[in-house]
Design a protein around this ligand. Structure first.
Ligand code: ADP
Ligand code: ADP
Length: 237
């Protein structure tokens, strides 16, 4: 079953100058991400990747086409239902987006608090998540005491807190050195293999796709210009 399915999805923005042309960020994109995929979306800056992320995460609405998340057409859902959809999608970011005033454990607990997860169960859930990402001994540290790789592992633990079925990684290793990148990608592979979570990896780095993705879509100027198993797409000259 497709967990994320896009049918002829478009997104245009009004021109910033009076009378100017609209900007087409996404142009009739169709895409099917199946359960268990690690699906890479690659493209240069301006290709439309971030816009795609905001549409899939239901942070913005498309201007055309249909987006189904776990079988539900999100275009027609009211805000209350969209919040539930968002809980089912974990996000990790290039700049980690950790709260500097909270400890590692506090950051991982944050989405549980927002979701109203029972207070008495939170500590055990946070401990389980920190153990999974190998940061049990950093629970009481603050983000600025961590390396980049450790920060992203906190980001991953936080993203997994509410047990999403989908993890969206938006340039999640772009701020990391190659060695740390490979550590984080290895952890994402475990998230996929051990927890059965479908992962969408947005990146401009070919190496990331080749290390982790099973399928890839290549974006350019708002369109998917090529797609398929990574091996097929990148072995064609
Ligand atoms: P990428 O993430 O691949 O770099 P983006 O999705 O950020 O690409 O951008 C795709 C295109 O859409 C670019 O031309 C960008 O300027 C435009 N765009 C993105 N967001 C907005 C916005 N909020 N308003 C106007 N134009 C936007
Ligand atoms: P804010 O959380 O103030 O909106 P950002 O704009 O940097 O800060 O965050 C972008 C998204 O990242 C937010 O919509 C939120 O879902 C997520 N996020 C940021 N920081 C945290 C955090 N400490 N815990 C959980 N989610 C966070």
């Amino acid at each position: 079953m497709s967990v994320v399915s896009l049918r002829n999805v478009s997104k245009s923005y009004p021109s910033s100058t009076k009378g100017g042309a609209t900007v087409t960020a996404i142009d009739s994109v169709s895409l099917d991400v199946e359960a268990g995929d690690i699906y890479g979306i690659i493209g240069y800056s301006g290709a439309g990747k971030s816009t795609l992320v905001r549409l899939v995460n239901a942070l913005e609405r498309s201007t055309g086409g249909e987006i189904h998340i776990n079988g539900r057409d999100i275009a027609t859902l009211p805000e209350r239902e969209l919040r539930k959809i968002r809980l089912g999608i974990g996000m990790i970011f290039q700049q980690f987006n950790l709260l500097g005033s909270r400890t590692v454990a506090g950051n991982v607990a944050y989405p549980l608090e927002v979701a109203g997860f029972p207070k008495q169960d939170r500590a055990a859930r946070v401990a389980e998540l920190l153990s999974f990402v190998g940061l049990t001994d950093k629970a009481k540290s603050y983000p600025d005491q961590l390396s980049g790789g450790q920060k992203q592992r906190v980001g991953i633990a936080r993203a997994l807190a509410t047990s999403p079925s989908i993890l969206l990684a938006d340039e999640a290793t772009s701020a990391l050195d190659p060695e740390t990148t490979h550590e984080v990608l290895a952890l994402l592979k475990r998230v996929n293999a051990e927890l059965g979570i479908t992962i969408i990896v947005i990146t401009h780095e070919m190496d990331v796709i080749q290390t982790i993705a099973t399928k890839v879509a290549v974006m350019d100027q708002g369109k998917v210009i090529e797609r398929g198993p990574v091996f097929d797409v990148f072995s064609n000259p």
